[in-house]
Design a protein around this ligand. Structure first.
Ligand SMILES: [Zn+2]
Length: 325
């Protein structure tokens, strides 16, 4: 199996491998960009090519190294991620990184450390990593991935060569999405909901039931339903996604409130709900709700353990008070 970057990353990939072949690639890379833009695909393709014994533009897919990688274990690749059920990367796995880079590669090539999400490192872990980033030794490649690099320690960030991935051109996103959707209108719809991020569009479409449940709950709130009862119908496990949808809908509402033009909203099917909401609240109120949701999501990302059911209730209670006159 050949590991390739996503089609819309073609130009970036060519730049990357030209630098790699010229020996100009830094020993530590930070690949950043929003969730669903294809950071992992780019990183995986680079990791595979770096470890491959006979790489062309991409890893060959046939050598011993490629086979090991495909089987899920390569002795010269170390993956670092938060321990299960935790959101932080703590110092222990970083100590393993430091031990790993002090050994020589077993296959005689590169040692590669793939770390995700880089913003999940706590301060102790970040500081411990600095040592290896500063004195990595020969033939070492760090590949750090981050959705929100601004949450990383600046000293770590500044020691990495940054590759930031933007939203792809719609035509290349849609070309790729055509393999995942039966009809192009569906692909267009979900790409718009996902803010232009193709892989996120596929993920959201796969979880379309939640979006449906949420819009029904909001319709019910407009009609006077009890927010606590509506919150009880939602899966507390989906809290982060519920908040995310709320944020996107608020951004739509604010766009609509400011411009009055429907063409800019990301969720055109929700316009009747938006119009109802806009009748009853002011832009200032939406911003307040936005702040609340962003703060809750930040707490979740930081490993805080909010009572999901209570936050869902509080969230719908806040909406209800704005959706009704
Ligand atoms: Zn290979």
């Amino acid at each position: 199996m050949v590991v390739t970057p996503m089609p819309w990353q073609h130009d970036l990939w060519q730049r990357l491998i030209r630098q790699q072949d010229a020996g100009q690639l830094a020993h530590a890379l930070l690949i950043s960009g929003p969730h669903g833009v294809g950071k992992h695909d780019l990183a995986n393709a680079l990791v595979a090519r770096t470890l491959c014994h006979a790489p062309g533009d991409v890893a060959c897919g046939e050598c011993h190294a490629c086979h090991m990688l495909a089987s899920g274990y390569h002795p010269d690749l170390l993956d670092v991620a938060p321990a299960e059920k935790r959101r932080q990367i703590r110092i222990d796995p970083i100590r393993q990184v430091n031990a790993f880079v002090s050994q020589t590669a077993q296959q005689g090539g590169y040692r590669v450390i793939r770390l995700h999400p880089a913003e999940a490192m706590n301060v102790a872990a970040s500081n411990a990593l600095l040592k290896s980033l500063e004195e990595p030794g020969a033939k070492t490649l760090f590949v750090l991935l981050a959705d929100i690099p601004s949450r990383m320690l600046p000293t770590v960030r500044s020691r990495c060569q940054q590759w930031s991935l933007g939203v792809p051109e719609p035509h290349s996103a849609l070309a790729w999405l055509s393999e995942h959707f039966d009809d192009v209108e569906q692909a267009r719809f979900w790409l718009r909901v996902a803010g232009g991020l193709p892989q996120f569009a596929v993920e959201l479409a796969a979880g379309r039931g939640l979006r449906q449940e949420l819009s029904e709950a909001f319709d019910a709130l407009v009609r006077g339903a009890e927010p606590v009862a509506e919150a009880a119908r939602l899966d507390p496990q989906s809290l982060d996604r519920v908040l995310w949808y709320g944020i996107v809908w608020l951004e739509d509402l604010i766009r609509l409130g400011v411009s009055g033009e429907a063409q800019y909203v990301r969720n055109p099917d929700l316009l009747p709900l938006y119009r109802q909401a806009a009748k009853n609240a002011r832009v200032r109120d939406w911003f307040r709700l936005l702040d609340y949701a962003r703060e809750q999501r930040r707490l979740i990302a930081a490993g805080g353990n909010p009572n999901a059911q209570l936050v869902l209730e509080a969230w719908l209670v806040r909406w209800a008070s704005l959706l009704r006159s």
